[in-house]
Design a protein. Structure first.
Length: 291
C-alpha cells in the first residue's frame, strides 16, 4: 500500500484523512485543477501529469512558489525560526506583528510557516483589515516539516500556482480537466463561521455559484468534485450532482478525545452528465461575469 504524504502546513479542514475516499471519485485526466488548494493534500496524494493549484490567499500561493523555486534557502531560513526562544507567547506575538507589517513576499513566506506551526490549531485567519490574528498555540515543541517541504518542492515541479477567484479558474478551464473543489464549508451553526482564511470570505451566494459553475463545466467536458458539510442546504445546492455522504473525523484539535465525526458530502458532477438547457444557457453570462 502506498504511503500517504502529509502537507507541510497544518490546516483546518485539510483532506489528508479523506484522500482515499476522494480518489475514488476523481477520474483519470491530464490535469487536476484545484480552485481552493489549501494545504494541498489532494495534490500531494494523486498522480496527474499536471496540476493547476489556485487559492485566493496570496500568502499561501507566494509560499508555494518560493518553496518550489528556492527550496534549500527557504528551508534553512524557516528552520531558524523553530528554536526554543521563539516558542513563547511574547515571541509569537512579536513575529505575528512583523508578519503583518511586512510587504516582502519571501519574509512573509518564512514567517507564515512559523505562524502556522506555532499558532492555535493550525488556523489561518485574517481580520477585516487583512491582518493575521490567530493566537499563540502553546505547543511543547512545534514540528519543523523538512521532509514534507522537500517532497512538496519536488512534486510542485508539475504544478502552476495562481491567486485568482474561483470564478476565474472555472472560466479558464480546458475540456478534459478534472476539478476538485474544497471551498470554505457551509457553517453548521451561526457561531461556526470563524475560519475566514482570506479577507474576502465565502458566503452562501458563493456556495450556490460554485455549484452553478460546476454544472456548466460538466456540460463542457470537465468532471467536478466538490466536498462540503452534509446539510439540508448543501443537498439543495448540489441537487444536480451525484451525492455521496461520508462521516469524517476532524483532523485538527488540541484535545484528541474531543474530536467528533462530522457528516460531509461529496458532490460529483461528471463530464457531460447534465442535459438541462436552462443550465447551458447561463454559460455566456457566467463566463462574462468571471472576466
Amino acid at each position: 500500500m502506498k504511503t500517504k504524504q502529509r502537507a507541510f502546513l497544518k490546516w483546518a479542514g485539510g483532506k489528508y484523512n479523506l484522500v482515499e475516499s476522494l480518489s475514488r471519485f476523481l477520474p483519470e485526466g491530464d490535469t487536476l485543477v484545484e480552485p481552493f488548494v489549501g494545504a494541498g493534500s489532494v495534490f500531494l496524494n494523486t498522480n496527474y501529469a499536471r496540476y493547476q493549484l489556485n487559492d485566493i490567499n496570496q500568502d499561501l500561493i507566494s509560499l508555494y512558489g518560493i518553496v518550489r523555486d528556492q527550496t534549500e534557502q527557504y528551508i534553512a531560513d524557516a528552520r531558524a525560526c523553530f528554536v526554543e526562544s521563539s516558542n513563547q507567547k511574547e515571541s509569537y506575538l512579536s513575529i505575528r506583528q512583523r508578519f503583518n507589517q511586512s510587504t516582502d513576499s519571501y519574509e512573509r513566506a518564512v514567517l507564515f510557516l512559523y505562524l502556522n506551526r506555532h499558532g492555535y490549531n493550525g488556523l489561518c485567519r485574517y481580520n477585516m483589515k487583512g491582518m493575521f490574528n490567530v493566537p499563540f498555540g502553546s505547543y511543547k515543541k512545534p514540528y519543523f516539516p523538512e521532509a514534507e517541504l522537500n517532497f512538496f518542492a519536488e512534486k510542485a515541479q508539475l504544478a502552476t500556482f495562481s491567486c485568482s477567484s474561483y470564478q476565474q479558474v472555472f472560466a479558464d478551464l480546458s475540456p478534459g480537466s478534472v476539478v476538485y473543489c474544497d471551498p470554505p464549508y457551509v457553517p453548521l451553526s451561526k457561531t461556526a463561521s470563524f475560519t475566514s482564511y482570506a479577507r474576502e470570505g465565502f458566503n452562501l451566494d458563493d456556495q450556490a455559484q460554485l455549484a452553478n459553475l460546476a454544472e456548466v463545466a460538466c456540460l463542457q467536458g470537465v468532471t467536478v468534485l466538490i466536498s462540503n458539510h452534509d446539510t439540508t442546504l448543501t443537498r439543495k445546492i448540489y441537487q444536480q450532482a451525484q451525492l455521496h455522504p461520508i462521516q469524517v473525523g476532524r483532523s485538527i484539535s488540541q484535545k484528541g478525545h474531543s474530536r467528533k465525526k462530522v457528516a460531509e458530502i461529496f458532490a460529483l458532477y461528471q463530464a457531460a452528465a447534465i442535459a438541462d438547457p436552462k443550465v447551458v444557457s447561463v454559460v455566456p453570462r457566467i463566463r462574462q461575469a468571471a472576466r
